[in-house]
Design a protein. Structure first.
Length: 140
């Protein structure tokens, strides 16, 4: 007859019961739902500041190009500078230029330039103040 197998002493259970696991999953799901409810709009709109910064950079780059073109033309010629700007930068969805032959009521020829890049709007006024070569050159 075989020798009896010694019985092992019973040790306390080291795992979780199925009920405990289900409770943890339900609580985690409820907390996750609350987190999504409170943070949902922040998560979906987190790219908005980046988009605004990108649009501002594009608007500034366009405006800088226009002003640089204007300055270069103004320093090399005393007439037709504003016409050159209008010709070089035609009105479109991003750029618009409005001519005013009597700016501020003093007869100065001016061009109001507006750059609109997805709601980021920059505006400047360019004038034809330099009317002869003796006038000082413009520097920016």
């Amino acid at each position: 007859m075989p020798a009896p197998v010694p019985s092992m002493p019973k040790s306390p259970s080291r795992g979780f019961t199925l009920v405990e696991l289900i409770v943890v999953i339900v609580v985690a799901g409820a907390l996750g739902a609350l987190l999504v409810n409170f943070m949902g709009t922040q998560l979906t709109k987190s790219g908005t500041p980046l988009t605004t910064a990108r649009d501002a950079a594009r608007a500034e780059a366009t405006m800088e190009a226009v002003v640089a073109f204007y300055t270069q033309r103004m320093n090399n010629s005393t007439i037709g500078t504003l016409d050159d700007v209008v010709t070089a930068y035609p009105n479109n969805a991003t750029f618009s230029a409005t001519r005013n032959n009597n700016f501020n009521g003093d007869g100065v020829d001016a061009l109001t330039v507006t750059v609109n890049e997805n709601g980021v709007v920059l505006t400047t006024v360019l004038t034809q103040e330099r009317t002869n070569t003796a006038d000082n050159a413009t520097t920016f």
